[in-house]
Ligand binder design. Structure first.
Ligand SMILES: C[C@H](N)C(=O)N[C@@H](Cc1c[nH]cn1)C(=O)O
Ligand SMILES: [Zn+2]
Ligand SMILES: [Zn+2]
Length: 476
């Protein structure tokens, strides 16, 4: 295996410019799943991937997740792409999942460069929406296959692929497809790997065994039949913005404490073993400050900060649709406003209980206002938290691969973000799931100036390949 891996690593080094051009091509496709106008671009990105699978002789089929309603419009959901590279019964079959949709991005949000044009800066950062989340990692798997083909090297495992285009928008329809394919396309799967999260810091790779869940809400308040002049009507009407901001201010304290009764009841207690696992992690407050480009952290020690990030729930306010947000001093009373917030959940919280607590509390708080406006709460999507066993050979193989590529043992981490489908894979396939991140903590996923460092992309491509080689030597 050593000789094959060396050849593979050399090939990846040699082809790095090709990989970067490939990343440039996919970043240029604005596959934003949460934007009605950009939905065709998500399909375009799916087509790009299908072409690539064909080029690499990867057998594939599409699954149609159906339609959904977004912003009052019925839309076709982008296809789930199922691939199979090799079906040799003598080899292990590893399922890799990734998503080809991205978060929204506008230059005027504060990007230094055009978000959908890949730019490499002097620090070797590849800037562009989706570079780290999750187009770079998806390409990492495909680049690895290409490198093996160029070398005429037999692939060490059968690779089963599941790429979806709705992860950033609730993975609508995917759970049903996974359950339906558990005894179909996924029937031979031995283990699952997802590369869609980030290192804890800047230098040390990690393996991730936990994710928070997410329950995403919108609260709409509507009053007058149209927007009003605040000079003419201010002081005469119940203003929707006033009601909404009052409700939003009751959800979470400025110190991050969730104020909804019952929400914290099911949070798994901290065990001694878990407590003991924090000090050895390669993480400090400076790492966090560097990732957020500021020092306004809630906690004054890194262990509490980590716990706040991945083992306790949090509630974030995201925005208000319909509110005046342009420059200038428009004197409007918006007729309808929609507040957006989400709760990141942890073991043993369940979406149904979260939903019951949120609905009761917001209805009670709105009733206290005695407002003549109308208020409606809707959960847009919900996914459960996930924690796996990292004793499994899937993790052992990944740890060996990290040592081969980076010369260090990885940290074992959890993640504050959510990939709801992770738990579905674990439960429906009854197989171990591993998160093997490619990018760094400072990559700015979902934020402005998202990037993937050239070294993370290239070494990460080696890591994904080395992991498959390591897996081929384990029995499970
Ligand atoms: C961790 C993963 N790369 C990610 O970004 N997941 C998203 C999923 C999501 C849910 N609603 C919208 N997006 C996240 O954690 O926000
Ligand atoms: Zn994301
Ligand atoms: Zn992602």
């Amino acid at each position: 295996m050593d000789a094959q891996l060396k050849a593979f690593f050399d090939q990846v080094n040699k082809d790095q410019e090709i990989y970067i051009e490939r990343l440039r091509e996919v970043v240029a496709i604005p596959s934003v799943s949460s934007d009605v106008a950009l939905r065709p671009q998500v399909f375009r990105m799916g087509e790009w991937l299908q072409k690539e699978l064909k080029r690499l002789n990867i057998e594939y089929e599409l699954r149609d997740p159906g339609t959904h309603v977004m912003d009052g419009v019925t839309l076709q959901l982008p296809p789930v792409i199922l691939g199979a590279y090799g079906r040799d019964p003598a080899k292990k079959t590893i399922l890799v999942y990734g998503h080809y949709d991205v978060q929204p991005a506008l230059k005027e949000d504060g990007w230094a460069t055009e978000p959908f044009e890949l730019v490499e800066n002097a620090k070797g950062e590849l800037l562009g929406r989706g570079s780290t989340d999750d187009k770079g990692p998806i390409l990492g798997w495909l680049n690895g296959i290409e490198a093996h083909q160029k070398l005429g090297l037999e692939f060490p495992v059968n690779l089963c692929i599941c790429f979806e285009g709705m992860e950033e928008n609730g993975s609508e329809g995917l759970d049903d497809i996974i359950v339906a394919e558990a005894k179909g396309w996924f029937k031979d799967v031995d283990a699952v790997c997802i590369s869609d999260n980030y290192w804890l810091g800047e230098t040390k790779p990690c393996l991730t065994y936990g994710l928070r869940g997410i329950s995403y809400y919108k609260v709409a308040v509507k009053g007058p039949g149209r927007d009003l002049h605040s000079g003419v009507f201010g002081g005469t009407v119940h203003e929707p913005m006033t009601d909404l901001t009052h409700i939003l201010s009751k959800l979470v304290s400025p110190h991050g404490q969730i104020l909804i009764p019952g929400i914290m009841d099911d949070v798994a207690p901290l065990t001694d073993a878990e407590k003991a696992s924090y000090p050895s992690l390669d993480f400090c407050l400076d790492t966090l400050h560097c990732a957020i480009d500021a020092k306004n952290t809630l906690h004054d020690n890194h262990i509490d900060a980590l716990m706040g990030r991945w083992r306790y729930p949090s509630l974030s306010l995201h925005g208000i649709e319909g509110a005046f947000s342009a420059p200038g001093a428009k004197t409007v009373i918006p007729a309808k406003v929609i507040g957006k917030f989400s709760i990141r959940s942890v073991p043993n919280m369940v979406p149904e209980k979260i939903d019951a607590c949120v609905n009761k509390y917001i209805n009670d708080e709105f009733a206290k206002l005695c407002s003549k406006n109308q208020m409606e709460i809707e959960c847009l999507h919900a996914g459960k938290p996930w924690v796996a066993s990292f004793e499994h050979p899937n993790y052992v193989a990944a740890a060996s691969a990290v040592e081969r590529v980076f010369g260090v043992k990885p940290d074992m981490t959890r993640e504050g973000g959510s990939i709801p489908v992770t738990l579905t894979f674990q439960d429906a396939l009854n197989k171990n799931v591993l998160l093997l991140p490619m990018g760094r903590s400072s990559d700015g996923a979902h934020s402005i100036n998202e990037k993937l460092d050239r070294s993370n992309y290239i070494e990460g491509t080696k890591l994904l390949g080395a992991y498959l080689w390591e897996l081929s030597t384990h029995t499970f």
